[in-house]
Design a protein around this ligand. Structure first.
Ligand code: ZN
Length: 76
């Protein structure tokens, strides 16, 4: 299973910047936590999950860890 980080924006959209990073299965627009995200939202490699922890969705993080025992960031 492939994963990607998908951005949730503030109320004004992308101009507000990224409000929260969620994790979604590759090619889908529904995050692991159940939130529907914009199809055009920015995505990035889940290896970057540990880069800005303050912006991470905690529910997605917990589910992601459960689904992927080998977090890339922990095995460099
Ligand atoms: Zn989430």
């Amino acid at each position: 299973m492939r994963y990607e980080m998908r951005a949730e924006y503030g109320p004004s959209g992308p101009s507000d910047g990224v409000k929260t990073w969620h994790i979604a299965h590759g090619g889908t627009e529904v995050a692991l936590c159940g939130r529907e995200l914009d199809a055009s939202a920015l995505t990035q490699d889940p290896e970057l999950w540990s880069r800005a922890p303050d912006l991470n969705c905690h529910t997605c993080g917990a589910l992601f860890l459960r689904e992927t025992p080998y977090m890339p960031a922990e095995h460099e």
